[in-house]
Structures are given as structure tokens and as C-alpha cells.
Design a protein around this ligand. Structure first.
Ligand code: XUL
Length: 528
């Protein structure tokens, strides 16, 4: 009786670039407690800046022991917040994508025999062979080209793994280690992603890589859901498959929590650990996006998360196995987001969003055919050098467009770009589709109206200023636990407010513009 009445909670972690965050939700998915550790500030002995260490030639790494020590700290902070770990039914986590953790020989045995008297970081002090290359690393261009060539070209690699070769992806990072630091490669017992590494600490063994985060490596065949033999061969030797271990579905239970956590923090031995995944994958779960829905994070850069029914080979961006909600997902990162919007606002409207809004209101939707591309910084999707180009309805370049036309050309151009590239990944919008906007610029009503019209889909905003990846981690723990135990949870949908509805003539105005925008994109020089 007492057992049944016990409060059920679920714990989520997010090992992000600059901090480790943790949060507890209850059965209704309402947030109960939160805690976080900021790496630079709380763990200054690791001498990171923004959570990373920058080296020569684009190398960016982080010491894995920093993340272990941060976990010791965040657990203590959760206790201070009043968390009773005996109520946690299941836990899971998210982590920055692509980073790799190189476990030394004997590390797995050490994970299995942790003494609850000691901090985790005391046990794990010698568990890692090298610092972890992270997603900001750009030192592997040569390895990317070699990997593409080995599997039959960039397009073939994208068809198999969901992405062309990218510097930060783990395959190229492993290849570089194998090529330039063979002794470190040979001394490595297992290679984890940051997500599966973090999960390993909780289960007391090297946890499997999940299929969603595993799709960010350029090594996984996203159709067969097995490692791609050709890609493995191009990046390491015969031991690589064993070093990686077999990938598992993201919704897998990977074990009960290790005895260390039972003894030290009072978890129940039955507490379940759900495979950890990448932060963007976790955000898809946190926003509860289904196939045909769009998560739109409007920040320094704009990131699109798309729920997909089927995988297509994108020329730009990434298709991943989805962790929940849809079979596949796409991740598109547009470098020119809020900073570009601000810089252009300053130029045409003198630092004032109100003045910029007045300019917008002085134009009509569709901007009389005037369209623009504004890349203040090199663009990622599509790969292109900085550029500013504005054309009229007949496609002729305009040298000095009036400021009101520029204001609308900037925002409509950004929304058209997001739509064109989303369509290319196979996004199929239908009547149940919605765009869920998050991030700083999601307060900009005029921008959201343009997105609603260009996607011809209603736009919602998240009510609380929630961290979708962190929330997603706890929600995944709860969802998988519920599915596994057969005990239903009230589990609410995220609290969304309607922000913009498409006008009835949206399709008529923007469908032809989208075609013209694609013509315009074809003419821009690619970044070499
Ligand atoms: C995605 C990527 C970043 C990291 C940030 O491809 O590299 O968004 O996941 O944590």
C-alpha cells in the first residue's frame, strides 16, 4: 500500500558544453527541482573557457574528468534542493553531440567496482586516455575528405549515414586519432559519445551508444541501424567495432542504477536508467515533436528540428534516427540567425526593433517579389561565404533597395531558407503540423507571423522558458519507464501558446516565392 502511494519522480541530466544541468519531474511532468554546475566557474581547476580548451589548428577539447567531477557536484546540489532519490523511478540524460570519450584499459572494471565512500572523480582519475574532442573542433578536414572518398563520395556518405562528412562528427575525429596518435588509439579500451559516457557512470559499465546520437558520427547506417563497415574501415582498424560496441534504440533500458548510487545517494536498486542521447535529439523529445512538426530555435544561430517519416540524403544538414515521436529527425543549423538579424536591423533601422517593425508594416507580405539573402558570417546551410544579395521580382539584383524592402527581404529570406532546406530533408507538412518556436527571438511576433505564412502552419511558443534538451531527458526517462512497466503516466504535453496563424493566402504568396528562392540559392558561390 505504502509502496503504491510513493511519489514517483524522474530525473534528467544535460551534459552541455558550458554546464551540467539536472532536473526532477513528477508523474505529471511538472518540474520539481533543478540544479546546475557551470564548468568555468565551479570547476576552475580545469582551466576551461566556455567549457572547452582550444588548441592548435582548430582543435577543441574538454577533459572528461571535468564532467565526472561536475556530476559529483550536481548530485550534492540536488540533495540541497531537497531531492529524495528514493522516489526516482528512472533517469536519463542528454549531452552535447559528437564529442568522444576515450576510456583507458581497465576503465570498465573500475566502473563496476566503485566504492560509495569516494567521489566518482577519485575513482575515475586515470580512466581516460586523452581529452575529449568536442563538437566545436574543426581540425579534421582532411579526414572528412578521406572518409567521403572511402565510402564512394559525399552524397553516398549522406545517403548511408544521414550527413556528408563534418569535421565535428565522431568518425573523422576517430580517424584523426588513429592517424596521428596511434598509441592513444591502441591504449583505448572503449570509445563512448559524451551521452553514452555519462550514462556509463550511472550504470557502472560502458553504456551502449544510442541510435539517435550515434547518427551524429558519420559511422552509422541510419537505414539498417548498424555500423557501416566501410566507414569503420576508413576511420580505424579491426578493433573499432568492438571499441564502439553495438548501438541500441534510444528508448532502451540499459540497466538498473549502479550500486554506487544506491549506497551513496539512496536510489532504490530498481531505479531504471534509459539510454542517454544527444542534446538536439533530446530536445525533439522535450518539445514532443511528431513526424511533420518543426522545432524552431531562434538564437545566435537558428536551429531547426524536424520530425520525419522517412530519411532522405540531405545536401546540407543532418538526418538522424529519432529518439521518439517519429522514425527519423533532421537537424539544420543556420549560422546566420539573431546576430545577423540584429546587425541588419542596426543598418536599416538604427538599433531599434520598433523602427524595424514600422519598416516591415510599410511593406506587403511577399514584398512585391523582392527577396534577399543575408549572410554576415559564413553560412552552414547551405555552405556559403558571407554575402548580401537582394533581387527584385524578375530576379534582377538591386543595388540600393529601400530600407522597408530590406527589412522584409531579410526576414522572409530567412524563413524561405528554413522552409526550402526543411523540405529537402523530406519534411512532410500536413494539417496536424505545427512549428514550436523557442529561443530569444521567439518573442518577435512579426518574425513568427512570417514563419507561419512561409510554412503555412500555425506557430506556437513554449510557455515556460524551458530547456527542451534537459526537459526531454526527464521526459524520456518517464516515457520509457511507463512503456516498460505498463503504468500509464498523466504526462502532460508541453505548455504551448499559439503565437501566429498563417493567413489563408499564404500558400498563394509564398509557394512561388519558394521556387524563386531556390533559383537564387543555386547562384550563390559555395564555401570551399
Ligand atoms: C549539433 C551540434 C551542437 C551540439 C551542441 O550538430 O554540434 O548543437 O550538439 O551541444
Amino acid at each position: 500500500m505504502l509502496e503504491e502511494k510513493r511519489k514517483k519522480t524522474f530525473l534528467g541530466f544535460d551534459f552541455s558544453t558550458q554546464r551540467l544541468k539536472a532536473l526532477v519531474i513528477d508523474e505529471d511532468y511538472v518540474v520539481q527541482q533543478e540544479a546546475d554546475v557551470e564548468f568555468d566557474v565551479d570547476l576552475p581547476e580545469f582551466r576551461t573557457s566556455g567549457g572547452v580548451i582550444r588548441g592548435e589548428g582548430g582543435e577543441v577539447t574538454a577533459p572528461p574528468l571535468l564532467w565526472v567531477k561536475a556530476l559529483d557536484m550536481v548530485m550534492d546540489k540536488l540533495i540541497v534542493e531537497g531531492v529524495d532519490f528514493a522516489n526516482v523511478e528512472a533517469l536519463s540524460g542528454a549531452a552535447q553531440q559528437h564529442g568522444s570519450v576515450w576510456w583507458s584499459k581497465g576503465a570498465e572494471a573500475r566502473l563496476a567496482s566503485l566504492s560509495p565512500e569516494e567521489f566518482l572523480h577519485t575513482h575515475m582519475a586515470t580512466a581516460f586516455v586523452v581529452d575529449s574532442p568536442v563538437w566545436m573542433d574543426s581540425s579534421t578536414s582532411a579526414d572528412c575528405r578521406a572518409l567521403e572518398e572511402a565510402v564512394g563520395g559525399a552524397e553516398e556518405l549522406a545517403r548511408i549515414t544521414g550527413s556528408r562528412a563534418y569535421e565535428r562528427f565522431t568518425g573523422a575525429q576517430i580517424r584523426k586519432m588513429y592517424r596521428t596518435r596511434r598509441r592513444a588509439y591502441d591504449a583505448t579500451e572503449r570509445i563512448s559519445l559524451v551521452s553514452s559516457f555519462a550514462c556509463s557512470l550511472f550504470v557502472g559499465k560502458v553504456a551502449p551508444i544510442d541510435l539517435a546520437d550515434g547518427s551524429g558520427m558519420n559511422l552509422l547506417d541510419i537505414h539498417t541501424k548498424q555500423w557501416c563497415a566501410k566507414a569503420l574501415k576508413a576511420c580505424g582498424d579491426d578493433s573499432l567495432a568492438d571499441k564502439l560496441g553495438a548501438p541500441v534504440a534510444s528508448a532502451s533500458l540499459v540497466g538498473p542504477v549502479a550500486d554506487y548510487f544506491v549506497q551513496r545517494y539512496g536510489f532504490r536498486p530498481a531505479c531504471k536508467v534509459v539510454a542517454f542521447t544527444g542534446d538536439n535529439c533530446s530536445a525533439l523529445a522535450g518539445l514532443r515533436l511528431r513526424a511533420g512538426s518543426v522545432g524552431l530555435s531562434l538564437g545566435t544561430s537558428d536551429t531547426l528540428l524536424l520530425g520525419l517519416r522517412a530519411a532522405r540524403a540531405p545536401a546540407a544538414g543532418h538526418v538522424l534516427v529519432a529518439p521518439a515521436g517519429a522514425p527519423y529527425m533532421a537537424l539544420l543549423c543556420f549560422a546566420n540567425g539573431s546576430l545577423t538579424r540584429q546587425a541588419q536591423r542596426d543598418r536599416v533601422a538604427g538599433r531599434s526593433w520598433r523602427a524595424f517593425d514600422d519598416l516591415l508594416q510599410a511593406t506587403v507580405r511577399g514584398n512585391m517579389g523582392i527577396m534577399g539573402i543575408y549572410y554576415d558570417t559564413p553560412e552552414i546551410v547551405p555552405s556559403a561565404a558571407p554575402l548580401r544579395r537582394v533581387v527584385d521580382g524578375a530576379g534582377r539584383a538591386l543595388e540600393r533597395p529601400a530600407p522597408q524592402f530590406e527589412a522584409r527581404a531579410l526576414l522572409e529570406g530567412q524563413a524561405l531558407a528554413r522552409r526550402a532546406h526543411a523540405d529537402d530533408t523530406g519534411l512532410a507538412l500536413d494539417k496536424s503540423s505545427r512549428v514550436v518556436a523557442t529561443g530569444g527571438a521567439s518573442v518577435n511576433k512579426a518574425l513568427l507571423q512570417i514563419f507561419a505564412d512561409v510554412f503555412n502552419t500555425p506557430v506556437y511558443v513554449l510557455d515556460s522558458h524551458a530547456n527542451a534538451a534537459l526537459l526531454g531527458a526527464a521526459i524520456r526517462a518517464a516515457d520509457v519507464w511507463s512503456e516498460h512497466t505498463g503504468i500509464p503516466l498523466a504526462g502532460s504535453e508541453p505548455a504551448l501558446s499559439p503565437a501566429a496563424q498563417p493567413y489563408p493566402d499564404a500558400e498563394r504568396i509564398y509557394a512561388p516565392m519558394l521556387r524563386r528562392y531556390r533559383d537564387m540559392l543555386r547562384d550563390i558561390p559555395a564555401l570551399q
